[in-house]
Design a protein around this ligand. Structure first.
Ligand code: 6PG
Length: 255
């Protein structure tokens, strides 16, 4: 695990966007395509906007890029609370991604459970896996850290935390807004990724980051602690404000 501390939110977004490009270019060189899972919330929005700007967007062959969502709110795609909606506005509308390369959660299905089941089937079909016995490996999973220590939509005390077989599940709203049902990747799927990157910024995240990285409470209290890629890398990209309570020896500011 590496913790990288950026000066501020803007530097964090720039580093995250550059990292996305580097990982994508390497994945395309090595495996012919790049498959990423994006996070919602407010922190990554600037990263997505930077990726869509010509100076970065032109560095990548978007024909070889596939984007999933690590979690989604069960609201229509044009609802401002939708993660898909945020990503679309921030970057998708400006990028030359071919049809079928943005694999959004179908929130028009009758229930969150049906949406989760459908998304899991979509994943298995995309990775050409006959069943869940072999875990799909994302090249990159972006995650956020909620004030209650949730990540993706893996909330404290939720049944989703103990899921070992399914790759995607529906989960009731947590205690933080917005109070809508969610669809989320589970720990086994996230932890199978080649690279997981948390994006955490702002002084309001300092206590939670300290809990997740130093106190390390049990997973049911602090789900972010459950993110431990089995055979991949874990990077915490944080800003100085979020990192303000971390002991200096734990930081790797130069990376
Ligand atoms: C969501 C998320 C969630 C988010 C954290 C942090 O859909 O809400 O994907 O896990 O990443 O709550 O959100 P902020 O970046 O807004 O603090």
């Amino acid at each position: 695990m590496t913790i990288s501390v950026c000066e501020d939110k803007e530097q964090l977004a720039q580093k995250a966007a550059n990292l996305f490009l580097q990982i994508a270019q390497r994945a395309i060189e090595e495996r012919g395509r790049f498959v990423a899972a994006l996070s919602g919330g407010s922190t990554p929005e600037r990263t997505y906007t930077l990726l869509a700007q010509p100076e970065r967007a032109t560095q990548l062959d978007w024909n070889k890029v596939y984007l999933f969502f690590g979690d989604e709110r069960f609201v229509p795609h044009d609802d401002p609370r939708s993660n898909y909606h945020m990503v679309k506005q921030a970057m998708l509308d400006a990028l030359p991604l071919p049809a079928g390369h943005v694999l959004a959660v179908r929130t028009d299905l009758p229930t969150p459970e049906a949406a989760a089941e459908h998304y899991e089937q979509m994943l298995l079909a995309f990775f050409a896996l006959p069943d869940r016995q072999t875990l799909p490996r994302f090249d990159l999973v972006f995650l956020g850290l909620g004030d209650d220590c949730h990540t993706a939509s893996l909330f404290p005390s939720a049944a989703a935390l103990t899921e070992r077989k399914r790759l995607v599940v529906a989960t009731p709203p947590g205690t933080l807004p917005p109070p809508v049902d969610r669809i989320t990747f589970t720990f086994p799927l996230i932890n199978a990724a080649r690279q997981v990157v948390f994006l955490v910024a702002g002084s309001n995240k300092a206590k939670t980051l300290y809990r997740a990285l130093v106190e390390r409470p049990p997973i049911w209290l602090c789900p972010a602690v459950g993110i431990r890629p089995a055979d991949g890398e874990l990077l915490w990209l944080v800003d100085k404000e979020a990192a303000s309570l971390l002991p200096p020896e734990q930081l790797n500011p130069q990376r």
